[in-house]
Design a protein around this ligand. Structure first.
Ligand SMILES: [Zn+2]
Length: 280
């Protein structure tokens, strides 16, 4: 149910008349909206001058619930688990589910300082909280996870995205599991690594983040710091969840993609709104 009465174009409403289909069926100010996301983040959310142009596929669902001046944007990603090399549902589902839930908690905590601002013509500005949720789907999830119970290897196996929406989860892998899954689920939201593999050839590499209505943000990765050059591929790392192992900094631009998708969902419902990431 939409609590707002339909608005008739009068020309006197703040911010102009509501937009929408000519039949007057535009979305009311507090009407909910939902959408399925299936976007290649590379080029759509972020691009770099240092990385191969591999796809970073974001599949998830977004639910927008609005009040007069607030509400929530809930991002839900579903995971379908399969089991290989000695892994079983009975023995390992809880471990993997816990790691996935931990990753979503990581993103949710990272989003606490921010809101999605919606400025819909004819409505008050709305600042919506960002929420992340996950679900385990028997089949057809947004992400497929191959749960692998092979013995530990040297160097340690690292769980992660193998391409598109495919992931491997090593029960006997190395690294901090929650951090690793938070970083890797970042890729399944279409985000790129903030490090380059090609030091010292690449000097001052840049990542360019697009907003819906936020100005494009160009991030220059540091040429020093993070990890010593001798470590090779992890040089040029930026101090964020997507840049340095174990780092838990979440800049606002890592949430720009949500504004892009929210704007798209509202557009599909007949509303042309300004959508931005702002501080809470
Ligand atoms: Zn990565």
């Amino acid at each position: 149910m939409c609590p707002d009465p339909p608005k008739k174009p009068s020309g006197t409403l703040p911010g102009g008349v509501p937009t929408g289909p000519v039949d007057g069926g535009g979305l009311c100010c507090a009407c909910p909206a939902n959408g399925d996301v299936n976007t290649n983040g590379y080029g759509t959310y972020v691009s770099t001058d240092y990385s191969a142009t591999h796809a970073r596929t974001n599949k998830c669902k977004i639910a927008i619930v609005r009040t007069e001046e607030g509400g929530t944007v809930t991002v839900t990603k579903s995971f379908t688990l399969s089991y290989t090399r000695g892994a079983t549902e009975a023995a390992h589902k809880a471990t993997v589910s816990g790691a996935i839930a931990g990753a979503m908690s990581g993103w949710q905590a990272g989003a606490v300082p921010y809101r999605i601002l919606i400025e819909q013509p004819g409505c008050k500005p709305q600042k919506l909280k960002i929420q992340y949720a996950s679900a385990i789907a028997a089949a057809g999830g947004d992400v497929n996870v191959a749960v692998d119970n092979r013995p530990a290897e040297v160097p340690a196996l690292r769980s992660g995205v193998t391409g598109g929406t495919e992931m491997e989860f090593f029960i006997n892998g190395g690294g901090d599991v929650t951090w690793t899954m938070t970083h890797e689920t970042g890729h399944t939201f279409g985000l790129l690594d903030e490090y380059t593999y090609n030091r010292p050839t690449n000097v001052g590499p840049k990542a360019t983040y697009k907003g819906a209505d936020d100005p494009t943000k160009v991030v220059t990765l540091p040429a020093t710091g993070g990890v010593a050059p001798a470590a090779g591929p992890f040089a040029f790392a930026n101090s964020t969840i997507m840049g340095i192992n174990g780092n838990n900094v979440f800049p606002d631009y890592l949430f720009y993609w949500i504004a892009i998708e929210v704007k798209k969902i509202l557009q599909a419902a007949g509303v042309t709104a300004v959508v931005k990431v702002v501080t809470a």
